[in-house]
Design a protein around this ligand. Structure first.
Ligand code: NAP
Length: 324
């Protein structure tokens, strides 16, 4: 895979989202199977791995740490802290975040993180967060930093104190809310953009089931994108995706990733899969190049289509009220 620049970091054009090995998509593989998958991703040329302390309450970081330890120096390792309630005092808040960072590094078997994200906005001012991240960079604990699901104003404020490496937010053919302001702002400020759920939790592959057929902590049980009525109403979008996949002789998932890659040179999607063949299919999407004309045509067909449903934190929170 070729490399792309996100801020000050160079990563493979497509990264690997590791969340599903611990969290979010129902039953998880045996740890050894997940570790081998992550290692095979590296063998295939993937050098960008995404995890978070919240995925399986540390389990995912431990898994990733074990998998990458032999080639740690050759990859870009991204993780996230999630602390909704920090002390309302800059020094105290820094102490708490620092503790989370050290705990993540321990689980990841490393003494630095390449890209450290704030998973969701904490209660402290963004200026404080940005300053604290700047300190961690100066101390060599992290190489760059970012945030997830934030708006343009927050990015502008944060950028003034410590330049941001990347914003990781949901972006795909099915979720285009950041296209208006955030992605153009990232382009202007030389900030990378890392789309999560780039296949809309797999829906864009064209292979999906009824929500009631998913089990455990699978978000597809509760996100409105997967509601049966919305699955049906979103069929025109899948028809366009299918048409272009046939034109480019690739799978629907691959064309959906190629559509993301075509947007600009500093956008790096991180699809996730628990299956080797699917993971490789996704990486191979970087060989599908949409010309400017094809990309415009694709958008001309997509733009008028209404998107039904989405993937919100509020809907995902409903999982805890469902039977396992
Ligand atoms: N910042 C945040 O708040 C946030 C939120 C969510 C996720 N993330 C990160 O982003 C990563 C990716 O998100 P995601 O896992 O939701 O992405 P995704 O790739 O859109 O969805 C993954 C789901 O789609 C299926 N899938 C993937 N490729 C497929 C293909 N080619 N054909 C058919 N099905 C396919 C997978 O099934 P199989 O496993 O069965 O293949 C899995 O169930 C996560 O791993 C995590 O690191 C971040």
């Amino acid at each position: 895979m070729n490399k792309r620049a996100i801020g000050n970091l160079k990563v493979s054009e497509i990264g690997l989202g590791c969340m599903g090995y611990s969290h979010g998509y129902g039953p998880t593989p045996e740890d050894n199977t997940s570790i081998k998958l992550i290692q095979k991703a590296y063998d295939y040329g993937c050098t960008f791995f995404d995890t978070a302390e919240a995925y399986g309450q540390g389990h995912n970081e431990s898994l990733v740490g074990e998998a990458i330890k032999e080639f740690r120096e050759n990859i870009t390792l991204a993780t996230k802290y999630l602390i909704p309630e920090l002390p309302n005092d800059k020094k105290e808040a820094e102490k708490v975040i620092r503790k989370h960072l050290y705990d993540s590094m321990e689980r990841l078997q490393t003494d630095y993180i390449d890209l450290y994200y704030e998973h969701r906005r904490s209660n402290i001012p963004i200026e404080w967060t940005s300053e604290i991240m700047g300190k961690f960079i100066d101390e060599g604990l992290i190489k760059g930093w970012g945030m997830s699901q934030v708006n343009a104003d927050t990015i502008k404020k944060a950028q003034e104190t410590t330049p941001i490496t990347a914003i990781q937010s949901e972006y795909s053919i099915m979720e285009r809310m950041f296209e208006k302001e955030v992605i153009p702002l990232c382009e202007k400020l030389n900030i990378g953009f890392v789309p999560f759920s780039p296949l809309a939790s797999g829906f864009l592959s064209g292979v999906y089931k009824k929500p009631s057929e998913y089990i455990g902590d699978d978000v597809r049980r509760v996100i409105t994108r997967y509601k049966e009525t919305n699955q049906k109403q979103n069929q025109p979008i899948l028809d366009v995706v299918k048409e272009f996949s046939e034109r480019k002789n690739c799978s629907m998932a691959q064309i959906s990733l190629a559509w993301i890659l075509a947007r600009n040179e500093h956008i790096v999607p991180i699809p996730g899969s628990k299956k080797y063949d699917i993971m490789i299919e996704n990486f191979d999407a970087c060989t599908i190049k949409l010309t400017k004309k094809e990309y415009e045509e694709f958008n001309e067909k997509l733009n008028p289509l209404k998107i039904y449903g989405n993937r919100t934190g509020e809907d995902i929170a409903k999982l805890k009220y469902l039977d396992k």
